[in-house]
Design a protein around this ligand. Structure first.
Ligand SMILES: [Zn+2]
Length: 192
């Protein structure tokens, strides 16, 4: 094997066809991402996480991602990773912060785990909006957020990445609870 291919679930295409292509407001962007996440839960196509990349100034949707770890047999296939990789592929550039690009933001249903925090730093996004907090992800759903730094927000700000955590947090918590209530699989659980 010398090639890698990752896919989002087939329903993504019809979901996007029913959604606006430009969403200007931050809360509206988050509601879009939480609807995407809820769809992934109800379709049983992955873990309870969704993300999207938007142009900050215009609100243009660049890409979406949902968690497809189990379906794709890939521990790296978190929603944030999928959205960032697909945005970079869409723009044919590994750096979403390239000089001739408009500034981009990642909108994500849960605050990034250790892996996704790292990729956010390399991705070139200028801003992150997140809903559920790491303690919500661990306490409600039982997933492991990994070794994130105690000064999480400051680490991003120091790199020039603005973070708006806890946006519509109770809605983000509700979506995590829905996954639990529907008997969703907790892969890579928190191990003590
Ligand atoms: Zn992650």
């Amino acid at each position: 094997m010398n090639q890698l291919s990752l896919s989002l679930p087939a329903w993504i295409t019809s979901f996007l066809n029913e959604q606006p292509k430009i969403i200007a407001e931050q809360e509206a962007q988050m509601r879009f991402v939480l609807a995407l996440t809820e769809r992934n839960i109800r379709e049983k196509t992955g873990g309870p996480f969704g993300s999207a990349v938007f142009e900050i100034a215009s609100g243009k949707l660049v890409s979406v991602g949902v968690n497809v770890v189990v379906q794709q047999n890939c521990s790296a296939a978190h929603a944030e990773m999928m959205a960032l990789m697909l945005a970079q592929k869409e723009l044919s550039n590994f750096d979403l912060g390239a000089a001739d690009f408009p500034a981009h933001r990642l909108v994500t249903s849960g605050k990034m785990c250790a892996m996704c925090l790292g990729n956010v730093c390399w991705s070139g996004v200028k801003e992150v909006l997140s809903s559920a907090e790491p303690e919500d992800v661990e306490s409600i759903a039982g997933f492991d957020e990994g070794p994130t730094p105690p000064d999480y927000n400051a680490q991003l700000e120091n790199r020039g990445i603005n973070i708006v955590p806890g946006l519509l947090r109770s809605e983000g918590q509700r979506v995590l609870q829905l996954y639990v209530d529907l008997g969703g699989l907790v892969y890579n659980p928190k191990r003590n």
